[in-house]
Design a binder for this molecule. Sequence first.
Ligand SMILES: [Zn+2]
Length: 251
Amino acid sequence: MIDARLDEAPRAGPVPRLELESWRAAYGLVAGVTGRGAGFNLGLFSDEPRAQVTARWEALFGEMRPGFRGFAVGRQVHARRLATHGPTLAGWQVLDGVDGHLTAHPGVLLFVTVADCVPIYLAHPDSGAVALLHAGWRGIAAGMLETGVSALCDLTKSVESAIVMHCGVAICGTCYEVGSEVHAAVRHVAEPARGPLDLRAELLARAGRLGIRQATASGWCTAHHRDRFFSHRASGGVDGRMVAYLGRPLS
Ligand SMILES: [Zn+2]
């Protein structure tokens, strides 16, 4: 079904994170996002000393082993370039200029960095192949969702109706006021002035047009729930970064 709400649930443990329990139960996939915690910034390209940030990543990897042995991250540029990861990926790989990842293999955990932008989780449950995309307004306008869905269909030799989608923790429509040029770029409609933009609603509408039959959106808002999440917009640009993650664990 399109437009059903599906909230990530907090998990206990040293690393602050929330997960889609139903994706684990129904598809055998690990799909989640880290939280703010007591300053659990995972932004690799922030002002914070890299060693501190790296130590947090290592703590997260520690919680994900032994189900995963390869960890794929991109230095994101708000475009739509994707990287496809094979079964031999091991350790931590950081790729330049990549905003989305795909894999058909278990043991590979995909990451995107977020703090208002939407993490788009895509899965082909029949094969276990997954894709994880980073999409703010620029990425949506550039066709990130369409590119990612097409790539996952190619990878699985499947069709859009066999793919399931979730739009994760992101800024909500109420909290995200943007100018007319952003509305024009994302929605292809002329707005006379500034107004709120719901990125996840736009993505769900696009998913429906693509032929995806099952798409959901998180009810969590990064700006409404700043006690749990980082928000670039609500912090005036000084907050840290969370990561969304998606993969099929080794059995
Ligand atoms: Zn909000």
